[in-house]
Write a protein of this length. Structure first.
Length: 257
């Protein structure tokens, strides 16, 4: 954790909160972030370091640092930003997966760093696509952790707040910090990627957990202000079959779920 200050280029004088500053300095500190996160992912495998992470509220602290880094990335020019996008996502994934001894801490890392789309929504399309494809790759290998982190509900809530074309009152404005509006094609492509993760989560769910997933999914579809934005991807042949089976089980045999 002592290495984290190396990833911060500027802080607020009074609160000492990380805040974006000089772009060149931000580029330098962002370039150090991926190696620092990878070092932490190796260090926390030691029991003593693991205890320190719990004692220092590491998930919350890492979330604040990541929020600063993603803001800095959003302000950098696309040519420079492309150098670190995938490296940063891969380092965060490595950090979250490296925790093997403390399941509760691992769940907190997933929910704070990977599943909170609010953190990532201001970044460019490539970074968000990389994040969602990484989540899809982890659905089965990290199914227990993602289940305990309430991944489906968090991702559906994130989709509503960040990717609705017709925004709700609590939606996050999908403008990059540079003031450039993301194209509707990119937004819809990100929704497609996110719903692939949802489909995999639904397929990986046990019969006991299926009822909760169906409730989340039904509420999501009912509340969607633009159903064609999600139904085309969500109701693919295999997803529709899985959803239909889960829904019938929930409707006619609720005592078994």
């Amino acid at each position: 954790m002592a290495l984290l200050p190396l990833t911060i280029g500027n802080v607020h004088v009074d609160s000492l909160e990380p805040t974006p500053g000089d772009l060149q300095l931000s580029l330098a500190t962002v370039s150090l972030s991926a190696p620092v996160f990878r070092i932490i992912s190796q260090a926390i495998q030691h029991p003593g370091n693991n205890e320190e992470l719990c004692r220092t509220f590491a998930p919350e602290l890492l979330s604040r640092v990541l929020h600063y880094l993603l803001q800095a990335l959003s302000k950098l020019e696309s040519g420079e930003e492309a150098l670190t996008d995938e490296e940063l996502v891969a380092a965060i994934v490595s950090l979250c997966q490296s925790q093997r001894n403390n399941h509760e801490l691992k769940v907190q890392l997933f929910s704070s760093l990977l599943l909170d789309l609010n953190l990532w929504s201001s970044c460019n399309y490539g970074l968000q696509k990389k994040l969602l494809s990484s989540l899809a790759d982890m659905v089965f290998t990290e199914s227990a952790c993602m289940r305990d982190a309430k991944a489906m509900q968090m991702l559906l809530d994130g989709c509503r707040r960040c990717y609705w074309v017709i925004q709700e009152p609590d939606s996050i404005d999908n403008f990059a910090l540079t003031g450039t509006k993301r194209s509707l094609g990119e937004v819809n492509a990100l929704v497609d990627e996110l719903l692939v993760v949802i489909e995999l989560l639904l397929g990986a769910a046990s019969s006991t957990a299926a009822a909760d997933d169906v409730r989340c999914l039904i509420g999501f579809i009912v509340d969607c202000p633009q159903p064609n934005q999600v139904l085309g991807t969500l109701l693919t042949r295999q997803t529709l079959l899985n959803f239909h089976q889960c829904f019938l089980s929930f409707l006619f045999f609720p005592a078994e779920l």
